[in-house]
Design a protein. Structure first.
Length: 79
């Protein structure tokens, strides 16, 4: 999967956060929903423009970031 075909950054869109091309759906938002326990079907129902290929691209993007050492564990501090 070539995630670059589906994910991009633009300083004019969400302050340059990675988004699904043609949308304002941030990779971060989708990952947050998945981390909160949302199912793929809930994502598709809530974000009708999101596709399975978009989700696959998000996974490939995160994998590449991990491979490149761009993601560093920084646990959230509980309040």
């Amino acid at each position: 999967m070539n995630w670059q075909e589906r994910i991009h950054t633009d300083p004019e869109i969400l302050v340059g956060k990675p988004v699904i091309k043609g949308t304002r759906l941030a990779v971060e938002l989708i990952l947050e929903r998945l981390a909160d326990g949302w199912t793929e079907q809930q994502l598709f129902d809530s974000y009708p423009r999101l596709t399975r290929e978009d989700l696959q691209a998000i996974h490939a993007y995160v994998y590449d970031c991990l491979q490149d050492g761009l993601l560093i564990a920084n646990p959230r501090k509980s309040a």
